[in-house]
Ligand binder design. Structure first.
Ligand code: NAD
Ligand code: GLY
Length: 362
C-alpha cells in the first residue's frame, strides 16, 4: 500500500517497501526528470548506500553525481548549503534536474532547503534512512537549516516529488537512533491512533528484532497519519498540524538547554511527552493510567522519561519562552485527553510548567 500526500498540484506518493533502493532508477524514470541528478548524503550513509543508489540510477540512464555533506546537526548550515550550491553549479544541474536526499533528517532538511532555493527551486526526492526521517521529517515539506542563533530558523515549506522508504536500511541504524525514531511513532499513537499505540506495546520484541512486516506497519501507519495532517494544514497555519508538536514544546527546550549534546531529538521528545501528560493530569484532562502506559512503552525502548539534573530548569524555561511557539507568561501545549486524542491548550502557566519540570528531574 502506498500513501499519498494530497496537496492539489503538489500531491506526491510515499512508497514504503523493503529492498527498494536498487529499483530507485526505474521508479524515478516515470517523473520526467533531467538525466543529470544529484545524490546528497553524508559519509556514514554514503558508505553504506550510495553505490547501490548510483548504480540503480545509471542503469536507468541517469547521469548522477554524489555530493557529501558532513555528518551531524552542524551540517545543517548556510555554509554547507553554499558548498552544495557550488557543486550543483559545477555539475551543471538545471531547473529540471532533481536532488535526492539520501540520509536522515539532517540530510533531508538541508537537501530540501537547497532544492527550494537552487535556481529558485528544483525537484527533490526524499530517501530517508533513519526511522525518525522515515516516519516524520521526510514527509510534509518542512525544510530548513540552522543559524548560530537557533535551530531551523531559515527554511521553507517545499514538498518533495516523492518519498521512497526502504525499511531494510534500518538494519544498519544504531539502536539509540532507532529508539529515538520510536518516540515519534509513540507520538502518533498518542495524538491520533490508540490502536497504533497498542500495536507498539504488543509487538515490542518484534520491533526490536526489526521484523519486516511489523516495521512496515509502523512506518506506514505513522506516514499515513502525518500525510493526512499535512494534507489538511500544509503550512502549519490552521492549528491542525500543530498537534504534531506533542512532546516538542518541552522536548525542544531540553535539547536547546543542553546545547543539543545530551539527548537525541526523539529522546528529548520522550521526556517532553511525559511532561505534557503530567500537565494534562494536573489540569484534569488525562487519567494517570494513560501517563503510565506512555511511560512504560517509552521506557521499554530505553527512552528517557526524566531529564538530567545537570540541566537547569531556568534555562529550559528561558529556551521555551524564546521558542516561537510560546507567549510570555503563558505557554502553548499539546495535551492528551486520552491515548489517541489531544487538544491544543494556549494557557499553561509558567508556574505549572516549572512545577512539572521539577518533578521530572532525575
Ligand atoms: P541524523 O540525520 O543526524 O541521523 C542520525 C545518525 O544516523 C547520523 O549519524 C546518520 O549519519 C546516521 N544514519 C542515518 N541513516 C543511517 C543508516 N541507515 N544506517 C546507519 N547510520 C545511519 O538524525 P535524524 O534523527 O534522522 O534527524 C534529525 C534532524 O531532523 C534534525 O535536524 C531535526 O531538526 C530534523 N527534523 C525535521 C523535521 C521536519 O519536519 N523537517 C521533523 C523532525 C526532525
Ligand atoms: N515535525 C513537525 C511537522 O512536520 O509539522
Amino acid at each position: 500500500m502506498d500513501i499519498t500526500v494530497e496537496l492539489g498540484e503538489r500531491t506526491y506518493p510515499i512508497l514504503i517497501r523493503h529492498n527498494i533502493l536498487p529499483k530507485i532508477g526505474e521508479i524515478l524514470e516515470g517523473l520526467n526528470l533531467n538525466p543529470k541528478i544529484a545524490v546528497i548524503t553524508n559519509p556514514t550513509v554514503g558508505k553504506l548506500y550510495s553505490k547501490i543508489v548510483l548504480e540503480a540510477l545509471e542503469k536507468a540512464s541517469f547521469d548522477p553525481c554524489l555530493i557529501q555533506i558532513p555528518d551531524g546537526e552542524t551540517a545543517k548550515s548556510l555554509e554547507v548549503c553554499h558548498l552544495v550550491y557550488k557543486e550543483l553549479l559545477n555539475h551543471k544541474l538545471e531547473r529540471d534536474s532533481a536532488l535526492i536526499a539520501l540520509g536522515g533528517g539532517v540530510v533531508g532538511d538541508l537537501a530540501g532547503f537547497v532544492a527550494a532555493t537552487y535556481l529558485r527551486g528544483v525537484p527533490y526526492i526524499q530517501v530517508p534512512t533513519t526511522l525518525l526521517a522515515q516516519v516524520d521529517s521526510s514527509v510534509g515539506g518542512k525544510v530548513a537549516v540552522n543559524l548560530p542563533e537557533g535551530k531551523n530558523l531559515i527554511g521553507a515549506f517545499y514538498q518533495p516529488k516523492m518519498v521512497i522508504i526502504d525499511t531494510d536500511v534500518l538494519k544498519t541504524l544504531p539502536k539509540r537512533e532507532f529508539n529515538s525514531g520510536i518516540a515519534e511513532v509513540v507520538k502518533y499513537g498518542v495524538i491520533k491512533d490508540e490502536s497504533l499505540f497498542k500495536y507498539l506495546s504488543n509487538h515490542e520484541s518484534l520491533i526490536k528484532t526489526l521484523d519486516h512486516d511489523v516495521l512496515s506497519y509502523i512506518v506506514k501507519t505513522s506516514c499515513k497519519i502525518k500525510a493526512e495532517i499535512v494534507s489538511r494544514d500544509e503550512r502549519d497555519a490552521k492549528g491542525i498540524r500543530m498537534i504534531l508538536n506533542y512532546g516538542h514544546t518541552i522536548g525542544h527546550a531540553i535539547e536547546g538547554a543542553s546545547n543539543y549534546e545530551r539527548y537525541l531529538h526523539g529522546e528529548a521528545v520522550s521526556i517532553g511527552m511525559v511532561c505534557a501528560s503530567q500537565i494534562a493530569i494536573k489540569k484534569g484532562y488525562l487519567l494517570k493510567e494513560d501517563l503510565d502506559r506512555q511511560k512504560q512503552l517509552l521506557s521499554s525502548f530505553n527512552l528517557p522519561i526524566r531529564f538530567s539534573s545537570d540541566i537547569s530548569i531556568d534555562k529550559i524555561m528561558e529556551v521555551m519562552e524564546y521558542d516561537k511557539k510560546s507567549n510570555i507568561g503563558k505557554i502553548r501545549f499539546i495535551l492528551p485527553k486520552r491515548i489517541g486524542c489531544v487538544i491544543i491548550e494556549n494557557n499553561v502557566s509558567r508556574d505549572l510548567v516549572h512545577e512539572v519540570l521539577n518533578g521530572q528531574r532525575e
